[in-house]
Design a protein around this ligand. Structure first.
Ligand code: ADP
Ligand code: MG
Length: 396
């Protein structure tokens, strides 16, 4: 990938695609991690003497909707940079936006409005990409969390301007690349979360590289059903049961361990007040839902991970949002935090869990990209990487 090392940014207008898809409630930004993660690139470009024009998506608005405006992010960014940030209220493709950008000086920072207010954004409309491109002389892609999207503000505009990877993009690709190329062994992967279907690709591609995989969360029940277990009212993807059986068979033929929970904490409803019972994971009675891995599984999982030298974790072990069903996720976070190993956590909910439980700084790398990190691990590259020149052997 071309990086900022190759960019002579002095007196250039640089359009930077960042990932400011942050949680906003009633105009207030919740977690500002993604804004902080963009600072190294912005500061470097300012030091080099560029005019910095930032663009991002936020949420999934249907057309222009003030609830999805990036304005609150401009305020957070200005605080973090300790510098004014000009918020451009016109649509990014508008002539007003172009005029605002032209009127700004080098050394200034502007933030454009939500690119998903533009109907052509997700369709990668070439006319829209051209409207973005006319705003600047150079494009920097720093939105790792969006680098798997073939959208106009990601790949469309990159094809029209000289384009470079920002520092966050570089850091993510290096950190995740270590999970694909020569990871230290034993190498374990911990998967959980809601659906098997989200993670099939990554299971298939990582299985040959790892020593073993631990499967928790709701996705474990599809596997449990595949081996004839009774899952009660737990979340099962019935149309993926056969596929889960296939993955188990694949693991067996490769000689890899694929560990499922042996017990679960179950309840009749998802509520902190609900009565809970521990059942064998293969024998959950009707009316009961497995909502977390059980105490015996917490122990087995921790023991399996103890010798690991490399661990990738995606997906919580249970409904961590609703205690007490966060105990399994907490146990895994605690175990990984204590390992002398290269540990990476990726995935929106997993990262939120690790942060809420206070373990984020104990990981070697906390990825800012959920879907992007999984797709990168599955394919070894992303559309947003390819458009910046792809990966050279030294980069992987
Ligand atoms: P990530 O965002 O880290 O990739 P996912 O989106 O795949 O993770 O899954 C997270 C969701 O899975 C959480 O909302 C959590 O409540 C849910 N989940 C985990 N275990 C269970 C379970 N046993 N039953 C129902 N939902 C679960
Ligand atoms: Mg999620």
């Amino acid at each position: 990938m071309r990086t900022l090392d190759q960019l002579e940014a002095r007196k250039k207008t640089v359009l930077v695609r960042v990932d400011y898809n942050v949680p906003i409630k009633e105009g207030v930004v919740g977690d500002d991690t993604r804004v902080r993660a963009s600072l190294p690139t912005i500061k470097e470009l300012l030091e080099k003497g560029a005019k910095v024009v930032l663009m991002s998506h936020l949420g999934r608005p249907k057309g222009v909707d003030p609830a999805f405006s990036l304005l609150p992010v401009a305020e957070v960014l200005a605080d973090l940079l300790q510098k004014p940030v000009k918020f451009v209220t016109g649509l990014p493709s508008s002539d007003e936006a172009l005029a605002d950008v032209r009127a700004a000086d080098y050394g200034e920072v502007l933030l454009l409005e939500n690119v998903r207010f533009e109907p052509g954004e997700k369709k990668n409309d070439p006319e829209l990409a051209a409207k973005y491109a006319r705003l600047a002389e150079v494009f920097v892609l720093d939105a790792f969390g969006s680098a798997h999207r073939e959208h106009a503000s990601v790949v469309g505009v990159a094809r029209l301007l000289p384009s470079y990877a920002g520092r966050l993009m570089e850091k993510e690709v290096k950190a995740l690349g270590k999970l694909l190329h020569g990871p230290e062994t034993p190498y374990w992967v911990v998967l959980g979360g809601a659906k098997v279907s989200d993670k099939i690709g990554v299971i298939k591609s990582l299985l040959p590289k790892v020593d073993g995989m631990l499967i928790g969360g709701a996705m474990a029940f599809t596997f449990i059903k595949a081996i004839g277990g009774q899952t009660g009212n737990s979340l099962v993807e019935d149309d993926k049961v056969e596929l889960a059986a296939g993955l188990l068979e694949e693991a067996r033929s490769l000689g890899k361990q694929l560990l499922l929970p042996s017990d679960v904490v179950a309840a009749r409803e998802i509520s902190s007040e609900a009565e809970t019972k521990v059942f064998p994971a293969f024998g959950i009675p009707e009316g009961w839902m497995g909502l977390d891995i059980g105490p015996e599984s917490r122990k087995t999982f921790s023991e399996a991970l103890a010798p690991a030298r490399t661990v990738f974790w995606n997906g919580p072990m249970g409904v961590f949002e609703t205690p007490p069903f966060d105990a399994g996720t907490l146990a895994v976070a605690e175990t990984l935090a204590g390992l002398d190993a290269y540990t990476v956590v990726g995935g929106g909910d997993s990262v939120a869990a690790v942060k809420r439980l206070g373990y984020a700084d104990k990981f070697s790398h906390v990825s800012t990209g959920g879907g992007a990190s999984l797709e990168f691990l599955e394919k070894g590259t992303l559309p947003g990487i390819e458009v910046l020149g792809g990966l050279s052997p030294e980069e992987v």
